[in-house]
Design a binder for this molecule. Structure first.
Ligand code: FES
Length: 580
């Protein structure tokens, strides 16, 4: 450090007389300590919650903050209570009986924040994660950079593999382009902290090596993969995934292979496995399909395929009507139906939705097959089913048990995953089976719409109401419990009156992020926004956001404690005084 970076701080005599002083140096408030014949300078704000460290005490070279008793090495600022984070310590020189301090900004702030992000993930320190996310973005890093760190960490340091944390991180990353820039770091914070929670105290995962040579062709590896999943052999399945990637499988081929196993049995693990698969593929689209990363990420799914429960084993899918048998009979007709529909234009889009919401499972599969024969593409059919699943949420009556929101949510996120899987792999037979499974789950959820909540209509809006007022009032609405219908109506009225959709999407994202993170709520909002973009310009798009707003309102307000942590990190990063 060159001498000209040091600035005069205080007289050494004065400091020695007082033992501790605070001084302003070039905009920084420093706590100076004369201790054991040395002088030390640290940022006066405790890195935990900003309590003034000048009011702390020094003993045996340790500075203790009196607020939550975090202890720091006075010389380096290193914390011994890692949740508090390190305090910045400044170089000191004594010149002519005066204390000079160097407050030059750190040479590599991004490097510091990268290291701290890693520390936060390893130790599950949400405050440290929040500061690192804020610091990285403020220093110009794209959101993809911390996302990649979290993705690779989560895929490696959780023996059970891909879980809720990585799903939340990917969902939130998907939301970032539609969020206000002010909310980008907050979205990353929630996602990265969710990964840290998932990995906390978990053993690391060691990946299985690929086959010794890349001679095995992809169809064989896919067949073996399904066979190993069938007998719940996770290691065999993992070796097929990694071998397929080494053999050069692209994202479509590997997607087709993974989705085949996710749909060989009916609605496995109430849809989570298909959703995790879709999110893992999306995560690699964002982070990049680097060979090592793709192996680490995609093999993390193997255990979920092998261990999933299968609806063939569930009472609801077998009695009083054997839905599995109905589906298997329909699957036998798929090749003929697809063949018949090739090259035809499908006219039955609107007519299909009431069939999907009906109460006859035979008629349901017949309608799906008829749509395919009439020229409906599998992707379009999947979109129709995802829309029907969203209507279950948009029409969910609050007289249902609260936990039933998740029943409808699981169907919706599964249907969304199948839809996106087909957009990636349009010829995947497994995914077409998944469309039928999703439709059958929509059928099973029919009791959640009895009675059905009324869908808002364009004429519902009072004439004096402005879109600005609707938008302004929405946050206050979600400050109160039991505002499900009001929230859905507010969103519908806003859109029916021609309100700017992107402003509403950014607000819904902000309202999601101010709550304590809830896996299902994050899944719901993200899936609804994905589906909204695919339907944008149609009246159906409005009901996607009605579904999202109603689900969010049903789960708000939370304690918002995680937002408090983020807010503290934000204030500290801005250099704001907190307690001084
Ligand atoms: S330990 Fe210092 S503010 Fe909490």
């Amino acid at each position: 450090m060159s001498a000209q970076n040091f600035l005069h701080a205080v007289s050494l005599t004065d400091l020695r007389a007082k033992g501790c002083m605070t001084v302003q140096v070039d905009g920084h408030t420093l706590a100076l300590f004369a201790y054991a014949n040395n002088v030390y300078a640290v940022d006066n704000r405790c890195p935990h919650m900003g309590f003034p460290l000048e009011r702390g005490s020094v003993q045996n070279g340790l500075l203790t903050c009196h607020w939550h008793h975090a202890r720091f090495d006075l010389a380096s600022g290193g914390a011994f209570d890692l949740w508090a984070d390190d305090v910045r310590a400044f170089p000191v020189e004594i010149r002519d009986e005066a204390v000079w301090v160097d407050v030059t900004p750190p040479a590599d702030p991004s490097g510091h924040h990268r290291k701290r992000l890693r520390d936060g993930l390893e130790r599950d320190l949400s405050l440290v994660i929040a500061k690192a996310a804020i610091g990285l973005l403020e220093n110009g890093a794209p959101a993809e950079e911390p996302f990649r760190v979290g993705l690779e960490f989560g895929a490696r340091y959780r023996q059970a593999g891909w879980g809720q944390g990585l799903t939340m991180l990917t969902c939130l990353m998907n939301l970032i382009p539609g969020l206000s820039p002010d909310d980008h770091a907050r979205a990353l914070y929630h996602g990265l902290a969710a990964v840290a929670v998932d990995c906390d105290s978990q053993p690391a995962r060691f990946t299985v090596r690929p086959l010794p040579s890349a001679a095995t062709d992809l169809p064989t590896l896919k067949r073996w993969f399904q066979q190993f999943v069938e007998v719940r052999d996770a290691e065999g399945a993992e070796r097929c995934i990694t071998s397929a990637l080494r053999a050069g499988a692209n994202h479509q081929q590997v997607g087709d292979m993974l989705f085949a196993a996710a749909t060989d049995h009916r609605y496995i693990q109430i849809g989570h496995v298909a959703d995790f698969t879709n999110k893992a593929l999306e995560a690699l689209d964002i982070a990049g399909w680097d060979a090592t990363r793709a192996e680490q990420v995609l093999t993390s799914l193997a255990m979920s395929y092998a261990n999933a429960n299968r609806m063939e084993e569930s009472n609801a899918w077998r009695h009083p009507i054997d839905l599995v048998a109905i589906l298997e009979a329909a699957f036998e007709q798929l090749p003929e139906a697809l063949n018949a529909g090739r090259g035809r234009a499908w006219p039955g889009r609107e007519a299909l939705t009431p069939m999907l919401l009906g109460d006859d499972p035979h008629a349901l599969t017949d309608s799906l097959l008829s749509a395919l024969r009439a020229g409906c593409s599998p992707v379009e059919l999947a979109g129709r089913v995802a829309y029907a699943a969203a209507l279950r949420l948009a029409r969910f009556h609050t007289s249902n048990e609260f936990g039933d929101w998740d029943t409808a949510l699981h169907t919706f996120t599964f249907a969304n995953a199948i839809h996106h899987g087909l957009r990636r792999c349009p010829d995947s037979v497994g995914l077409i089976r998944g469309v039928f499974d999703a439709a059958m789950s929509v059928y099973l959820d029919r009791f959640l719409n009895v009675p059905a909540a009324r869908l808002p209509e364009p004429g519902d809006s009072p004439s004096a109401e402005s879109t600005a007022t609707l938008l302004h009032d929405l946050p206050a609405l979600l400050d109160r419990q039991q505002q499900v219908d009001a929230a859905g109506q507010a969103v519908a009225r806003y859109l029916f009156r021609g309100g700017e959709p992107n402003t509403l999407l950014a607000l819904l994202g902000r309202l999601l992020l101010r709550e304590d993170r809830d896996f299902h709520t994050i899944q719901c909002i993200e899936a609804a926004i994905q589906q909204y973009h695919l339907l944008q310009g149609t009246p159906e798009a409005v009901y996607m956001l009605v579904a999202a707003a109603r689900y969010l309102a049903a789960h708000a307000p939370t304690m918002r404690a995680q937002g408090q942590t983020y807010q503290m990190a934000h204030r500290l990063a801005r250099g704001e005084r907190v307690f001084e």
